[in-house]
Design a protein around this ligand. Sequence first.
Ligand code: GLU
Length: 544
Amino acid sequence: MTPEIVAKMFPNPLPSIEEIEAKYPPRTLPEGAKVMRVAPSPTGFLHVGTIYQGIIAERVAHQSGGVFFVRVEDTDQKRKKEGALELILESFPRYGLHPDEGVNMAGEDVGAYGPYTQSLRKDIYQAYAKKLLEEGKAYPCFCTAEDVDLTRKIQEKMNIRPGYHGQYAKCRNLTDSQILEHLEAGHNWVLRFKSTGNYDEKMAVKDLAKGMIMMPQNDMDIVILKNDGLPTYHFAHVVDDHLMGTTHVSRGDEWISSTPLHIQLFAAMGWKTPKYAHLATLQKLDNGNKRKLSKRHDAEASITYFWEKGYPEMTVVEYLTNILNANFEDWRKANPTEPAEKFQMNFNKISNTGGALFDFVKMHSISKDVIARMTAEEVYEAVLKWATEYNKPLAEKLSAHKDYVTAILNIERGIGAKSRKDLVKWEDVENELTFFFDDTFVAHPELLEKFDEADVKKVASEFAAIYDENDDKDTWFGKIKQVAGNNGFATDMKAYKANPADYKGSVADVAKILRVLVTGREQTPDLYAIMKILGKDKTLQRLG
Ligand code: GLU
């Protein structure tokens, strides 16, 4: 391209390539250290998939003694939303993502390879775009959106692969004087990459998660600089990941088909291509069919869904880790008390069959274990924090009754087969507290309909008469047996099963009567502990 054209297209002074390269020297890191990043777009919506991608990038980078950074990809100015960056920055540490470099909460850059916000790197992209133009590897395109649309329609009609390639790359062969004419007339332009690829030839792309993939070479003259002077994702990815020293790119597999183009761009720039790991997009089962977890249709696609419901952050981390590396589950069984970050994340273990299915049943089972591993105090603090934002009345109750609630949360807590597994998320706690407070306790006498009313009354009053809150559990249970025996209920389950007709029921039925009267429920955690926490007065009052 003639210097005159270059000067007309890039009239403003730009940093020289030498200046830029000097500002981004190669990183000095130990052998094998990986530099990885997560690169969200601030659209006001944080997809749970971003956290999923962040987890693998963060773990692999840090476990290799490398660097994990965050880059804000805001080149699509139309999709940019107020508060979106704050949402991203607030979320990352909640899920254990602590970038070494990037933008911090105060909006400042941390690290020597910034700016980490793409819209602040316009000069850098332009300097490299100008270089490609000078080298004849890029050219201006003056096609309007209507022109491009018309070409696509013609291609569709003729059954030709759509896109700006071959003879359909209309501006590829404009002469210098035609280009000057357009520029002088003030026509809008975009800069296109002049592809040298041949679609009929295949290239091998090595993917760390998927293995070797054969794909056609890229022959599209894709846009690298848009009319607003900002780069497209393709160009920004190549420039930034080169300058920032990224060694491994893990990203959603919607980008896999663009990888031949990216490899081509790295080569055109004379740069080393990073290694790629494309991650299966999170999917869900919809009427038996798998489909992408969608921002429009699925509330759980947004990270804020998990905040509103009160899923512990660790549940989300462990669940996403398990989707990434299915051997996490066995590791967790063998290491029940280790922090999840200790698990060695591995590209080779990424499942590449069947996609990454987002499955609430599995997630809930993980969550029960996560919560079961917490202390009552930790649960209390987490629920209070959640309720302060999402359930004010509950937060007030928790604050006013800290010790009482902590004691409730402590029932059957501790590692072991018998540990309590009824909580999946903080939203569930309110329901677990209802019968412990008179204002929310609801009696359910209908649950005892199968018993004779007089028997219920007698069982309750006899037990009330001998109940002592200082009894140990065996003594307490002995008293239930005693009441059972006095009232025609079997004290021995074997005897009962052998001759059920001889009894009104068994000791289990007596316990059930007491449980329903005291809690209004048929199923609860340990009734002995519940009575103790409720206290003698309340227990006796409920027994009538
Ligand atoms: N901003 C891109 C996206 O949200 C990032 C892709 C990448 O990690 O390179 O899809």
